[in-house]
Design a protein around this ligand. Sequence first.
Ligand SMILES: [Zn+2]
Length: 230
Amino acid sequence: MSKKVIIIFGPPGAGKGTQSELLSESLGYYHLESSKIIERCFKTESPNKVYTVDGKDYKVGDEIASWKTGVLTSPPLVTGLMMEEFKKLSQDGESFILSGSPRTLYEAEKEMPVLAELYGKENIHIAMIEISAEVTVFRNTHRKICELMRHSILFNKETENLTLCPLDGSQLVKRKDLDTAETIKTRLIQYKERTLPLFDYFKKEGFNIHKVNGEKSVAQVHEQILKAVT
Ligand SMILES: [Zn+2]
């Protein structure tokens, strides 16, 4: 069996985290989340640490400051961190699910050829979860995450009264600085301007793209993705 990479793509609030976790459980694939890789870097590295990528310097402290306002972390820094992870996973012979990256054309042009070389283009599947702007704003302002593992809990009828994480029992909290209306608006604009154009890139390069209706229930969205990628 060939190893696969599944890329979960969609606007903030599309349920990328939730769908990736479900997919990871049903397929046994590793879930590689760029936000976790970035947060890990921000938490463990000194604010004064400087990464040099493609001849430019990126200071961790500056990146943390812009991240708090909803601006995307500098693409070269994210790409550098992610490529390290891709290589590790392919060396370990792992199939994986990728959510949250690539988010810009720059990242895609760097990351996709590496993925294609490591896994083969035919083994890379992009699931594009589509939802409207209204739904994305509503879901984001109500979003909670768990303290222990930072599982993102999608807001819906089933989860609105939850106080503990269904996966590990830890306390659910709101991401204080990150999920305010202003920050979400910024993230949405960034998605439209910087992330949506990737779609044309994937098409032009002949990657497998699967469109999924993200406004259905969590289980139905999962079914659609599973069908598309296996
Ligand atoms: Zn959790």
